[in-house]
Design a protein around this ligand. Structure first.
Ligand SMILES: [Zn+2]
Length: 287
């Protein structure tokens, strides 16, 4: 098994768009508010359908959105500016448009490129909704020119979009792997151990601690294998594999409904192909 990280070609990572996308922070905002429309309603993306393919509305502002707050300029995709607009949860959709969930666990049918654009847009909207006031003194903040960051005009505090690092790890022991499930997941669906990085903690330290806390075992050979941006609302998932080093399974019932060893050739139900959890299992849970 190669210890070298694989190229993580997953939705929500901006890299999936390649050179077709340029983020807004480079270059000036277009003078005219026309282009691709990334319309969000809760965690849904509002799309039109060309045959079976969901696409973004393109051109002038779709009727019905004109009265909303000014759209955010996200960047340029396929040489066309992208504008992010939000609809209230109870708003009627403009004619000819449909709501599709962006959330993999709810069974998204959106293509990967739209998931990545939708994910960045969810994060942009989340950032706008949480950064309007200085977290230190409460004053209304101002956008830093050419950046997503905000500055406080009173105390000069500056902050930039917050990403929360979380590790996610597959524990292997010869031809078996350790998988866990939380209450409320689809029956027989298992995935990996995951948790947020604490103050003062290395990523490897977080992996070892989370495994010890949630399932009671020790691990060694903690190896980075790739990462995924996860915009629900603002995580970056940092993926690892590790080798079982000893200890009995002791399940933290506050966190988990079950955890068990599965033979690599008899795995249970797994998360959808959109998540790094599945990516790691597909690539590293091999006999
Ligand atoms: Zn302040």
């Amino acid at each position: 098994m190669s210890p070298t990280p694989l190229s993580v070609h997953l939705p929500f990572n901006r890299e999936i768009l390649g050179a077709t996308f340029t983020p807004a922070k480079r270059g000036g905002k277009p003078a005219v508010t026309e282009g691709h429309w990334i319309i969000l309603q809760d965690q849904n993306l509002i799309v039109q359908r060309e045959g079976d393919t969901p696409t973004l509305p393109c051109g002038a502002c779709p009727p019905g959105l004109d009265a909303m707050t000014p759209p955010l300029w996200l960047g340029t995709w396929q040489d066309t500016p992208c504008w992010v607009a939000t609809l209230p949860a109870d708003a009627k959709l403009p004619a000819g448009l449909h709501a599709e969930t962006v959330v993999p666990m709810r069974g998204t049918s959106l293509p990967d490129e739209l998931l990545s654009l939708g994910g960045m847009s969810l994060q942009a909207v989340w950032w706008e909704s949480t950064s309007g006031h200085c977290p230190r003194c409460g004053e209304r903040t101002e956008r830093i020119e050419g950046e997503w960051g905000k500055r406080c005009p009173r105390c000069r505090y500056e902050h930039y979009p917050h990403l929360h690092p979380a590790t996610i790890v597959l524990v292997r022991d010869r031809d078996r792997v350790l998988l866990t499930r939380k209450a409320g997941w689809a029956p027989n669906r298992y995935a990996l151990v995951a948790g947020f990085v604490d103050n003062g903690e290395s990523l490897e330290g977080c992996v070892a601690r989370e495994i010890k806390e949630e399932v009671g075992v020790d691990v060694k050979d903690i190896t980075y294998v790739g990462s995924q941006n996860w915009p629900f609302p603002s995580q970056v998932m940092i993926g690892f594999v590790a080798t079982y080093a000893g200890g009995d399974l002791v399940i933290d019932r506050e966190e988990l409904e079950d955890a068990r060893w599965f033979p690599c050739n008899a795995l249970p139900g797994l998360p959808s192909r959109h998540s790094i959890s599945r990516f790691i299992i597909d690539n590293y849970a091999q006999p």
